[in-house]
Design a binder for this molecule. Sequence first.
Ligand SMILES: [Zn+2]
Length: 210
Amino acid sequence: MAQPIAVTKPIRQAASIDESLAEIPTQDMYREIISRLGEDPHRDGLEATPARVEKSMAFLTKGYLEDPTKILLGAMFDVDYDEMVIVKDIEMFSLCEHHMLPFFGKVHVAYIPKGKVIGLSKIPRLVEVFARRLQVQERLTRQIADAIQEAIAPQGVGVVIEARHLCMMMRGIEKQNSSTVTSAMVGCFRQKETRMEFLSLVRQTGSVGV
Ligand SMILES: [Zn+2]
């Protein structure tokens, strides 16, 4: 027997674009999708699946409920430091907005302060807020860079994401081991020397591959 899942009411407010669907519980829609796929949504293993899917989708898209500026505003400090701050190998899990399949990998973030720094633990949190949404890797990269730029107006920001996309791997469109690398360089990171310093620091441990 399937484990009961404690999800009895919709996790989010219904915000339907189609009024005829607005009253239908999310779990019923997942049940309908399962049956359209050719399965019996009432067999034992699938009985609680709509509840589980609703719960897991709510978790995987919880970034919509979080405000990135709030996270950063609570953790900015004045400092007299103008060397590169780098946080690398941040684990990232997201959903591609084209197929709603996972893409995942590592995020490397660097900036050179101009009077203010961000508490180091807040950078992975920031990545999480943007990653837990329906995304494309390019936009995710840019949003992380822009949020830091707006919060502390540093001399520059660099963000590199290396990720593997299940929509490509599972559907056999690209080589299964290929990864996609995106970068966003703002301010002084547009200068070649700064960018090269960042990229060489990212590569330093030699285990950059995802
Ligand atoms: Zn995709």
